[in-house]
Design a protein around this ligand. Structure first.
Ligand code: FE2
Length: 203
């Protein structure tokens, strides 16, 4: 069964100027589509053809770097689109309490996300994640993912240059500030926190 490209869960103009429609056109319409297409081509006619994307990631990790990279990138981008929103209303309820307990305050969490994202060397991802009720910031390099890691990912920000270069050129901190302050989908984070297990790519 071929995997589908998840549609963007917002209008392509909704994140500007933090992330413009032009960036989304390339990032979603070309990069993400390409990763999905390569996974589908690799698993067609194999025993992985009937598996979930999470199962493909786990099967390929450590044994098939090409398939792993494309499957993990497919998952990470689906999760990233859902981590973004037209407006950021902030965390509430149990998630807000967990943030205060783990980071001291929401402001401190956002500051740490910016610092970790800016300091990350090269391509990768910066995550807000949960394990055993404790929240933490995690980083993965290149295509690596928290999908099969034992962490419950709550939010992710793409640190690859293709995520921000058209809009912010080399100023990754400007992209991070714009996204982290105004475009994070805290309702998605709260849903992930409440579920207590990793989101699944279902298309
Ligand atoms: Fe990306």
């Amino acid at each position: 069964m071929a995997f589908a490209l998840l549609p963007l869960p917002f209008d392509s103009e909704a994140l500007a100027p933090a992330i413009t429609a032009e960036t989304l056109d390339f990032h979603h319409g070309r990069h993400h589509r390409s990763y999905i297409g390569k996974v589908n081509a690799a698993i067609a006619g194999t025993q992985l053809d009937s598996q979930s994307l999470e199962q493909v990631i786990a099967a390929a990790r450590g044994s098939d770097p090409g398939l792993f990279n494309n499957a993990a990138q497919s998952w990470n981008h689906g999760f990233y689109w859902h981590s973004l929103a037209a407006s950021s209303n902030g965390p509430s309820g149990d998630l807000a309490a967990a943030i205060d307990e783990s980071f001291g305050s929401l402001g401190e969490l956002l500051e740490q996300l910016k610092l970790r994202g800016a300091a990350h060397f090269g391509s990768g991802w910066v995550w807000l994640a949960e394990k055993h009720g404790k929240l933490s910031i995690e980083e993965t390099h290149d295509a690596d993912t928290l999908a099969d890691s034992g962490f419950n990912p709550l939010l992710v920000i793409d640190l690859w240059e293709h995520a921000y270069y058209l809009d912010h050129q080399n100023a990754r901190p400007a992209y991070l500030a714009a996204v982290i302050e105004d475009q994070l989908n805290w309702d998605f984070a709260a849903d992930n926190f409440a579920r207590g297990s990793a989101w699944t790519y279902s298309a």
